[in-house]
Design a protein around this ligand. Structure first.
Ligand SMILES: Cc1cc2nc3c(=O)[nH]c(=O)nc-3n(C[C@H](O)[C@H](O)[C@H](O)COP(=O)(O)OP(=O)(O)OC[C@H]3O[C@@H](n4cnc5c(N)ncnc54)[C@H](O)[C@@H]3O)c2cc1C
Length: 504
């Protein structure tokens, strides 16, 4: 095949998935990654026998025949991973104020569990479940159904607010909170988050959810193995800083070290606004570049990864979401001075059947503004005042944790803390954002990023196209490659039986 060289800039989940599909379809793909290893936000690290996930920590719809199962089979990584199914009766646990609620797998079980908590809300629950199913089924690409047409990325539910919907079915504020409590997995905003985002993500985890023994790094390295096994090349420690453009086409990607990488096509897994900054102004329409540069991003996070001397927290085969008061819209109510207002806690998956754990990870929201003053400092030698500030944050969060899990503070062996600056510097995003670009149902079109750019041979991939997370990034990679591989053939390869029922 002529003109089949493709350079993928960035080897995060999006870069890796896109690269594998193209390499499998006879393109000659090279990934250029700025870090010493590919994986991006799938990075996990080992400290004192604990495997900590810094980003992605649970994956949905991996039971046989479900969407992610089919995709993992297509990518040939399913059998490389040691997957641990999360608790069927409580894969997500929410403590809101002083009450705790569990989400089980399956809509029938969900309804039953919610009815136990809210016996008078049967009608509202019926409406909620029916709507989430309807929204999830409205999107062909999500169920890998074919033949598919050009409207595959559209859903009118992207223009409806989830908060408005939930309020329309019940006046019970406690139930509203419980139904909307998953919002930290998409950095939800009360007056911005769409019914679409909420429904698809809830349905995705409601089908089934798994953790990976060894952490997200195992997933990343499995993708790397498959890609290089297919003949793909990965160049690490090379950060692309400029795209050389001639006659509306990119002719080379230039790295910080001055190396120029030539190719027939370029696909960027880097944030769209940063990708646009690599292109000189004269080559792009002002309005197009401005739109990509002005996108709002989701909030960042401050995370703690703790090794305890003694196991004083339960081994959680679920994700525990903690809201310290009854307000579940933590991004809208973000107050730097009273942080943390909420947190997520999880323990790494292991092969043991231990009931208590010595390893825990904790995430809480943090705005990038809190660390902006230290922007540009090297992660190897951050200034003293940053380190002091970081320690204060660690102490503050530990104090809150101690109330829910007594014994933590007296049993700390090691704490690793990552701030929004750590996230930004590691993956090179705009402001350490957890989930890329923020989607706003009030103007859904504005935050819609198309993979094909205004330059002839430059494309985008990753969480900023479509939706974040393992599912969003996988679907984005299908959208990105559709100019290279016929989409219906690809869907047939992934889902030969055309048989996915995305609702359990
Ligand atoms: C704290 C946290 C928890 C999360 N939890 C979950 C979860 O449980 N489940 C889930 O499904 N999702 C979760 N997510 C979201 C998920 O991790 C992301 O949506 C996904 O990993 C994003 O992949 P990506 O390829 O789009 O971006 P990235 O992972 O950011 O990849 C971009 C890649 O490009 C490289 N790069 C950047 N600039 C350059 C350059 N100039 N030159 C060369 N290379 C460059 C980066 O180093 C990186 O490897 C979480 C995210 C966070 C932050």
């Amino acid at each position: 095949m002529e003109n089949n060289r493709i350079l993928v800039i960035g080897g995060g989940l999006g870069g890796l998935m896109t690269a594998i599909i193209l390499q499998k379809n006879n393109y000659d793909v090279t990934i250029v990654e700025k870090n010493s290893r590919a994986g991006g936000l799938l990075q996990s690290f080992k400290r004192k026998t604990c495997n900590f996930d810094t980003g992605m920590h649970y994956i949905g719809s991996l039971d046989k025949g479900q969407v992610m199962y089919k995709l993992f089979k297509y990518f040939e990584i399913f059998d490389m991973l040691n997957l641990k199914r999360m608790d069927a009766d409580r894969y997500d646990v929410f403590k809101i104020g002083d009450k705790t609620y569990n989400y089980p797998f399956g809509w029938k079980a969900f309804k039953k569990q919610m009815l136990d908590y809210f016996p008078n809300e049967g009608e509202a629950l019926e409406k909620y479940v029916r709507k989430v199913i309807e929204v999830s089924k409205s999107h062909d690409l999500y169920s890998l159904r074919y033949p598919i047409d050009e409207s595959m990325t559209q859903s009118s539910y992207m223009e409806e607010g989830v908060d408005d919907f939930v309020k329309s079915i019940t006046n019970n504020v406690e139930l509203q909170n419980v139904l909307l409590a998953t919002n930290p997995i998409y950095a939800g905003r009360q007056h911005k988050s769409s019914l679409y985002m909420h429904s698809v993500i809830h349905n995705y985890y409601n089908n089934s959810a798994y953790k990976v023994v060894g952490g997200g790094e195992e997933v990343a390295q499995s993708f790397v193995k498959v890609f290089t096994g297919l003949g793909g090349k990965i160049i690490v420690n090379e950060e692309i800083v400029k795209l050389d453009v001639k006659e509306k086409s990119v002719v080379g990607a230039i790295s910080r070290s001055g190396q120029k990488y030539e190719s027939d096509y370029f696909i960027s897994n880097v944030h769209p606004s940063l990708t646009m900054k690599m292109v000189d102004d004269q080559f792009l329409r002002k309005s197009y570049k401005k739109r990509l540069l002005n996108q709002k991003n989701t909030i960042s996070t401050f995370s703690l990864h703790i090794k305890l001397k003694k196991s004083v927290v339960p081994s959680m085969n679920y994700t525990f979401y903690r809201y310290l008061d009854n307000n579940i819209w933590s991004v809208d109510n973000y107050k730097p001075d009273t942080l943390p207002n909420e947190y997520i806690i999880y323990t790494p998956a292991t092969n043991d059947s231990e009931t208590m754990s010595k390893c825990i990870s904790v995430l809480t929201y943090m705005s990038y503004d809190q660390v902006k003053q230290w922007e540009g400092t090297s992660h190897k030698s951050r200034p003293k005042d940053y380190l002091q500030w970081k320690q204060q944050m660690v102490d503050k969060i530990l104090k809150v944790l101690e109330e829910d899990f007594p014994g933590i503070v007296g049993n700390i062996e090691h704490v690793e803390a990552l701030s929004p600056l750590s996230y930004k510097d590691y993956v090179n995003n705009v402001a350490g954002e957890m989930y890329g670009i923020e989607h706003d149902f009030n103007n859904a079109l504005y935050s819609k990023i198309f993979p094909k750019t205004k330059l002839k041979n430059l494309y985008l991939t990753g969480q900023n196209i479509n939706m974040h997370g393992m599912l969003g990034v996988a679907l984005a990679s299908l959208l990105t490659v559709k100019d290279f591989v016929p989409i219906n053939d690809l869907l047939k390869d992934i889902n030969p039986e055309n048989d996915i029922d995305i609702v359990q």
